[in-house]
Design a protein around this ligand. Structure first.
Ligand code: GLC
Length: 621
């Protein structure tokens, strides 16, 4: 029977509609970035080459030769790196004043194009004192809860906007496959399915339903691509003139394109569908080619096939690591598809050399225009180009900065992130009316260790941290009845007579290559604290504070209960909530837990797969 033509036409229209629908609505209300192209074209028609190159340049505030350079070089963006605090000191006011100062300088230029100001708000507005510090992504991965992750990013965005800042270099959608990598904790987990789901949720949380919203910040999916797939021994050179390398960080990935797509690209597909406005190419290489200079990755796959309409921001001096001299680096990276370059200090040289490359015809004007078009699309989508709109910080947001409501969101995230690996003889939950609980371990009363890297300082630091927060010890003291005595000794001694001992052990803070480690065993200090607690002949609960699975069997055999708490951040009460059963543990492992370091890398789906605990494992009460 012939199908009436009218029916065929209707069917085709429906299909076309669906296809365009599926491409259209990344997030309800979020316009496609190309919808701004007419306005962008209008704005670009009046721009000089110097103004265009300025838009492609991001300097660090600590690298500015002169504040006037913001206007004199038409800089499109500034950043505060891991240690980029205001000269006036680290406070909410000082950060806000600093943002307003630099934005004002940008607005005084001929075209008055506002800057994008970027920071690594990767687990809260973690550079700023008294911001709420959330669990790092590995802990969020253990929650398996995309609504929670979206909420965490939303609260982070609000605290970032409280300082006026409008861009975060997050979420990291790495798929860390070798837990010896110092950035394992920055990823949600080893499974691409988990990473793509939580990465999408995080982008939507940061950017909101509409990028122009007063509480939205521009998100940045990073590091493209396969930053978590490098091979041991191929890390970046420790110094340009010496042969020593970091073991993994910024190393080389040896995968076919099919494997790369299957394992490491999923997070970018969903981030793009969620409307992410920026993506950061990785320092690392793929089959020997630096990602930051790979036209295949940046232009053909990311912009061409995946349809990314926003802009690419390089990592910190990442283009310097390309082969060749600096001018070659710029030519290679820009022609490969890099749109904005993070040149913390030598932005003047970068601008001069890029100008030369254009004048010499080595970087075509069409590439410059494509880069600037992408950057301005995002600035239009964020409302930054709206005339008559203030681009200064909204200080009304200060009253909710670090607020109890925000801390409650973080406490809930902490609860849900904990993974119960062992609970013999119903050691947990603890009673709040025990006569005495003895606490031990170097991480029991150390906010810095509890937060990990990227906290106040790039590397983080042990100790008080001088930021608001609650250690696990303080949280336990606050949770028990008035009649319960809580005693503490870092080495676990003096536990005799207590009803139960809780030993909090694990890692001290690190970030990036500084966390690359071959030996993931527990320290002698930690094992000794458990032994001392054990000597008292009481039930022993171990809590591991770490950015990744560690080699724990020696501790596991000695204790009655064991919780993996990852890097929970400032709200230690979330740990107490689980210890006392106010919240039943629900966390599931975001990484396979190796028996020994010889098993690493070990990932769900491996043919040979005999981990100590499988991916997804987690007990409850
Ligand atoms: C760092 C990191 C990147 C971060 C950037 C800016 O080296 O690789 O994740 O966003 O520099 O601090």
């Amino acid at each position: 029977m012939k199908t009436p033509v009218i029916l065929l036409v209707a069917l085709l229209a429906l299909l076309a509609g669906c296809r365009s629908d599926s491409k259209q609505t990344q997030v309800e209300g979020q316009k496609k970035l190309t919808a701004f192209d007419d306005q962008v074209q209008q704005a670009m028609s009046g721009m000089t080459l110097d103004e265009k190159i300025g838009q492609m340049t991001q300097a660090e505030i600590t690298g500015l030769k002169d504040d006037k350079d913001v206007g004199d070089y038409y800089l499109g963006s500034l950043l505060s790196g891991g240690n980029g605090d205001p000269k006036e000191g680290n406070s909410l006011k000082a950060w806000t004043d600093m943002y307003d100062k630099y934005q004002s300088l940008a607005l005084k230029t001929r075209l008055g194009v506002p800057i994008l100001y970027g920071v690594d708000a990767v687990h809260g507005h973690n550079n700023v004192l008294d911001a709420v510090i959330f669990p790092h992504n590995i802990g969020l991965g253990a929650t398996r809860d995309s609504d929670l992750v979206r909420r965490v990013s939303q609260v982070t965005a609000e605290e970032v906007r409280a300082t006026g800042i409008n861009w975060t270099f997050a979420p990291c959608v790495a798929v860390p496959r070798d837990e010896r990598w110092g950035r394992t904790y920055e990823g949600f987990g080893e499974d691409p399915e988990l990473v793509k789901t939580l990465g999408e949720a995080s982008v939507m949380g940061f950017q909101g339903a509409d990028l122009r919203g007063p509480l939205s910040v521009l998100a940045c999916a990073k590091h493209f691509a396969a930053d978590g797939g490098t091979i041991w021994g191929t890390g970046a050179l420790k110094a340009p003139d010496k042969p020593e390398r970091w073991p993994l960080d910024r190393g080389d990935v040896k995968l076919s394109e099919a494997e790369l797509r299957e394992i490491h690209l999923q997070g970018y597909v969903t981030a793009i569908n969620a409307g992410v406005g920026s993506i950061m190419p990785s320092y690392s290489s793929w089959n020997g080619v630096k990602c930051s200079g790979s036209k295949r990755l940046l232009t053909e796959i990311l912009k061409g096939e995946l349809g990314f309409e926003g802009f690419l921001i390089s990592d910190y001096n990442a283009i310097d690591e390309l082969p060749g001299d600096y001018k070659n680096d710029i030519e290679t990276s820009i022609n490969a598809g890099m749109d904005m370059v993070m040149v913390p200090n030598n932005y003047r040289e970068f601008i001069r050399l890029l100008r030369e490359l254009v004048d010499e015809g080595k970087v075509p004007m069409s590439r410059i225009d494509d880069a600037v078009r992408r950057i301005l699309r995002v600035k239009f989508a964020m409302g930054l180009m709206d005339k008559g709109r203030s681009h200064m910080a909204d200080r009304a947001l200060h009253k909710r900065f670090g607020s109890p409501e925000h801390r409650q969101v973080a406490r809930d995230a902490v609860r849900r992130s904990l993974v119960l690996l062992k609970n013999d003889n119903k050691a947990l939950p603890l009673s709040k009316t025990f006569a005495r609980i003895h606490i031990g371990g170097k991480n029991a009363d150390d906010l810095g260790n509890q937060c990990g890297g990227w906290t106040i300082d790039w590397q983080g630091k042990s100790g008080e941290l001088t930021t608001g927060g609650t250690t696990i010890l303080k949280a336990i003291q606050g949770a028990v009845s008035a009649s319960t005595k809580v005693t503490f000794s870092k080495d676990g001694s003096g536990a005799d007579g207590a009803d139960v001992g809780v030993v909090v052990i694990g890692e001290t803070p690190y970030a990036e290559m500084m966390g690359d480690r071959e030996d993931l065993s527990l320290s002698i200090e930690d094992l000794s604290a458990i032994d001392n607690m054990k000597k008292a002949g009481i039930p022993v609960v171990v809590i591991l504070i770490s950015g990744r699975p560690m080699i724990i069997e020696p501790a596991l055999l000695k204790c009655d209960a064991f919780i993996a708490a990852w890097l929970p951040g400032t709200e230690g009460q979330g740990v107490a909530d689980v210890l006392f059963g106010d919240y039943k543990p629900s966390g599931k492992l975001p990484h396979s837990w190796p028996q020994s370091v010889n098993q690493i890398p070990i990932n769900v789906g491996d043919a040979m797969y005999t981990p100590l605990f499988k991916y997804g494992f987690g007990l409850s009460y």
